[in-house]
Design a protein around this ligand. Structure first.
Ligand code: SAH
Length: 372
């Protein structure tokens, strides 16, 4: 909701907010993602220009960490024209992002431009803000969506003896100001449109908005090139009832005080894969623990530990590594998933030969990174 929605009113990402995310836990997370883009940019023949597009940038920390890597590797990227494009609906968070990334050098855009705000990063890269992915200009782009899809609204469905019914929100007639869940008395347009015919679960959550966005990403990558990395907690079409709320880092009843808590549902990667509709290839989901390990997190941790003199910093580094990697914490619950042009995985001229894949460099993160 543009007026009463959680992200437009509150949007509490970070330690002082309602939930904490990986980029807020450790700079290493964003750095390794920055390296992923450079690795893909090189594997795709170093195009002379690319757009880094982030969906739902939160406080802007992830893009900040990625841009630091781009700066550090500027000799590699030197001839490449890079621009940053942020898709953000929250006025409050876009201001926080502007301060983080530009140190406040931003200006609102004229009405006739598709971006609502623009500025220059501290490292000299142009940054644009949009409300919708459709407003981002076409062009070779690397997309990142971290903890974005889980924030989008879902439909919930329950299989009954009479067929699929939609779980709806109703006003409790017994208790004033109290909401409750009810089952639709009959089929609804959503039960007819959003449930896959081959569905075997008894309870399903579907996020059609995520489907539409993935379709757009896949079309854009197919047409203009690039790649998308999606990282989120989720499953590959196995989980059922995952809808929940968070306030001040504690579970919160989703039906109480709407608009004041972060509402979230696990991302169904099998649905995202389906929605790519074969326009691109997909990789994953692969567990965060494996992805970061393949990206060289252990080596990066060793370097940071060696470079840090004081015990408190070293403890902080080890603690954040544990948060990201421990299977009981984020290591197993978070997944990485990628959309890539077909030719990135299968050589177009050698499609039918058995070694069609071995001719191409492996995609970092999804395979072990080869450090040359
Ligand atoms: N990626 C960040 C923040 C995740 S929170 C991190 O990992 O720390 C979700 C983000 O998506 C917030 O920035 C929120 O304002 C934004 N968002 C939520 N719904 C959106 C929508 N429909 N379109 C664009 N951005 C949205």
């Amino acid at each position: 909701s543009p007026s009463q929605g959680y992200y437009t009113r509150r949007g509490g990402v970070g330690e002082s907010g309602d939930f904490i995310t990986s980029p807020e836990i450790s700079q290493v997370f964003g750095e390794l993602i920055g390296i992923w883009y450079i690795s893909e940019w090189m594997a795709m023949g170093k195009p002379s220009t690319f757009q880094l597009v982030e969906l739902g940038p939160g406080r802007g920390t992830l893009t900040e960490d990625i841009l630091r890597v781009f700066k550090q590797l500027s000799s590699v990227l030197s001839k490449c024209d890079v621009s940053v494009h942020l898709v953000e609906v929250s006025p409050k968070l876009s201001e926080i992002q502007a301060v983080m990334l530009t140190g406040q050098k931003v200006q609102p855009s004229p009405e006739d431009e598709s971006a609502y705000m623009k500025g220059i990063s501290k490292t000299g890269i142009p940054i644009f803000w949009y409300r919708d992915i459709q407003d981002v200009p076409p062009g070779y782009s690397f997309y990142i969506a971290h903890e974005f899809f889980d924030a989008l609204p879902i439909h919930k469905f329950q299989r009954t003896e009479k067929g699929w019914r939609e779980v709806l929100v109703d006003i409790d007639p017994e208790v004033p100001d109290q909401l409750r869940f009810v089952l639709s008395p009959s089929r609804t347009p959503a039960t007819q449109n959003f449930i896959q015919p081959e569905e075997t679960r008894d309870h399903v959550e579907v996020c059609p908005e995520a489907g539409v966005i993935v379709q757009r990403l896949a079309s854009r990558i197919e047409k203009d090139g690039g790649a998308a990395l999606v990282a989120d907690y989720g499953h590959d079409g196995t989980k059922t009832d995952t809808f929940r709320g968070f306030q001040n880092h504690k579970l919160h009843d989703v039906l109480s005080a709407p608009g004041t808590a972060d509402l979230t549902a696990d991302v169904d990667f099998s649905y995202l894969r389906k929605m790519a509709q074969g326009k691109t290839a997909t990789l994953g989901p692969i567990k965060q623990r494996e992805f970061l390990k393949n990206m060289g997190i252990d080596l990066r941790l060793q370097v940071l530990l060696q470079n840090s003199g004081d015990t408190a910093t070293r403890e902080q580094l080890l603690h954040s590594y544990d948060m990201l990697m421990n299977p009981e914490k984020m290591g197993d619950r978070f997944n990485f998933f990628a959309l890539l042009p077909h030719h990135r995985l299968v050589h177009p001229d050698k499609k039918d030969t058995p070694d069609s894949k071995s001719l191409l460099p492996p995609v970092a993160g999804f395979h072990e990174l080869l450090l040359k």
